[in-house]
Design a protein around this ligand. Sequence first.
Ligand code: NAD
Ligand code: TYD
Length: 350
Amino acid sequence: MNNENILVTGGAGFIGSELVRQLVKLSHVNVINFDKLTYAGNLENLKSIENLENYTFVKGDICDEKQLAQVFIDHDITKVIHLAAESHVDRSITDPLLFVRTNLIGTASLLNAAKIYWKGDYANKLFFHVSTDEVYGSLEMGSELFTEKTSYDPRSPYSASKAGSDHLVRSFYHTYQFPVVISNCSNNYGPFQFPEKLVPLCINNILNNKPLPIYGKGENVRDWLYVGDHADAILTILKDGQIGETYNIGGHNEWSNLDLVKVICSTMDDKLNRPKGESEKLITFVKDRAGHDLRYAIDSSKIQNELGWTPKFQFGEGIKKTIDWYLSETEWLENVSSGDYKTYYENQYG
Ligand code: NAD
Ligand code: TYD
């Protein structure tokens, strides 16, 4: 019999589904995927594993205390990996309260549900909170990196709500000796990412010959990590991470938005047999995002030195793999981007 019943929240989203697909390969684990299926959650992402015996899907809301209590009882949950969140900065600018509800109230409700169910017996229990490097704020251009000791300085409703959720998780550790661990990861890219985020948005728009909206001058810098490497880091922390600790996860892979989009353009030209430079013509500079953070970059030496994790994918390889996936899964792309779906930019200015 499997001896770990792991509740993954947000397992139908981009990173959550990658994690679930990796987690179900562990024979001693039952995975219970608890997801509300918002616009960002999609059970198609789990088609390849949905019939496995050690996988169960439960539709539910992390803000609903009754549903949470029930899932803990029904599945005798021993560990939680919490990814459910509203995750897009642009949406947080138009609807900040939704982010407070899901990311703050939701995380508090989940912590409380685990606390009630575990009744102070924390042997072999774990509450793993998956967070973002955006809680640290914005770096100047240069070589400074976010470490686990960098003070929090969130600057968007999204990052503020994630920062608040991290504080709640730490408060449970200090107040109740609750068995928590936190990871803060940089920007992810890879298959199954909803095409409102920069990388899949560009791939989708190039396919459809639509403009590629670059906020401001495209100078802002992000540290990009392949999603499979993020899931691998989460599994590493799950296995060897120390209770009460925080681990930064990043790719040492900084790109300005403009340079990143140019790489996507040239790779797409190759793949689509378009003349060199064709896709770049779609680049369109648009009004900057309000409060746009200049630079994020992660120092991941703690997880590398203490737990032996390093990213496996070089950026060139990861981006080709990602583009190949979107080109072979055009139906997925069409399904998620049909109906009333509009990108943030189209909603504001389209
Ligand atoms: P996503 O938006 O693709 O998926 C979020 C998932 O959460 C969806 O399946 C959605 O249905 C579910 N969800 C939303 N509200 C819910 C609720 N109230 N109850 C239950 N489920 C709900 O997000 P993602 O990009 O996969 O990010 C997952 C986590 O990782 C988030 O916590 C995010 O803050 C964090 N993170 C993301 C990145 C990134 O680059 N995408 C980087 C670092 C950390
Ligand atoms: P995004 O994928 O939204 O991630 P985050 O804001 O969490 O870093 O955006 C990545 C970068 O790309 C960010 O600096 C904003 C920029 N961006 C654009 O220039 N145009 C776009 O259409 C989008 C969605 C993002």
